[in-house]
Design a protein around this ligand. Sequence first.
Ligand code: LAC
Ligand code: ZN
Length: 450
Amino acid sequence: VGEECVFDDPATLRAYAQDASRLAGRPAALVRPRREEEVVRLLRFAQQARVAVVPRGAGTSPTGSATAPSGEVLLDLSRMRRILDISTTDLVAEVEPGVLTGELQERVEALGLFYPPDPASSRTSTIGGNIATGAGGLRGFKYGVTRDYVLGLRAVLMGGEILEVGGRALKDVVGYDLVRLLVGSEGTLAVITRAVLRLIPLPPARATLLATFPTPLGAFLGADRLLASRVLPRALESLDRDVIEIVAAARGLEARPEEQSRLLVECDGTRASVEEEIAAAAQALREAGAALVRIASSPGEAQELWQERRSISSSILRLFPAKRSEDVGVPRGQLAEAVEEMKAAGRRHGIRVLAYGHAGDANLHCNLLFDPAWPGAEEAVLAAAQEIHAIVRRRGGTASGEHGVGLKKRAAMTAMLPPASRRLHFGLKRLFDPHNLLNPGKALPLEEAG
Ligand code: LAC
Ligand code: ZN
């Protein structure tokens, strides 16, 4: 692929050793291609030489999906970052995988178009990484997630063959849905080199509302009440007391004692519809017991609230020595009860469990906080996490709503998937990658069903 694309000096390899999971990695080499042809050549060589390859975007994965734990070659796609086309008539964007999601959002919004998928990491994560992990984010409830906006993909198979699936047709039911199969496959089936993404007209207006509640479950009851009053917000995020304290501490402030939970709501549409919706939301939240309901009075104030929300994950990492992030989803109606149970499970093992996230989707980030220096910490965290996953399974939920499986959720995946599904997962993996060279050991159950 050319010497100028290959790095194997210790400092570079150290810098790329981890993703946001903080799991250890030891890549044998780093390859940073500039174009698809170089990916093709690498995967042709890798197949012949039986060298394992781990594709990587910006490394924001909290599951270890972008680490090279066993001396694999890291394939960093962040240099392939051209926006090839934004079509205002086809309503699509065609991009290379290394484009930052936030950059694409800005570019299309300047043209009056909208790419709704919006992971909290949008300023730092890449479209390719979002597609590979099936990233969700803040606007899932109204608009759907990354998966719902990928119309077509070009990808390189292990061995170097190019696969094209889908395209610019907005509706397409020819054949199995290989586009959706690749989305969320975490780089285990193919390496994405180009994507056709669906765009929609940009809603002309939006507004943000903050509501605080005097009880721990107030935010969830508020969310339910808001939806029951026929408001369809584009974001509906909840924060529990622990997270409120962390958000305050990150700014050197103290949380007000009476605020036990918080909701952040964003509505979009026409100016008139947004005004109407946000007023209806405010009324519903007051009826649900909100102590304070504040509509952001300027775009700057709204942006600050959302910036604060996006930085929760990094604030926790800064303030606590270690955390285990769970990313569970449950049927919506069970959210409040499930969170109470998960916190109780943490307490039984002496672990503080905080919960924030996408209350509309009932996809919450349960973070288990611990100090690795405390004897028995690892075991206690693992036990608490296992209980949390058992609660989720019992309620018919999922081990990951948006972060994926990587290395960290394989046990939970194994417990969650029935035998026929586990067998098909391994069968598909063999079909795409018979020598198990693409991101091996990731995103699959721990064992094949018999
Ligand atoms: C968030 C990331 C962690 O929602 O998914 O903040
Ligand atoms: Zn999230």
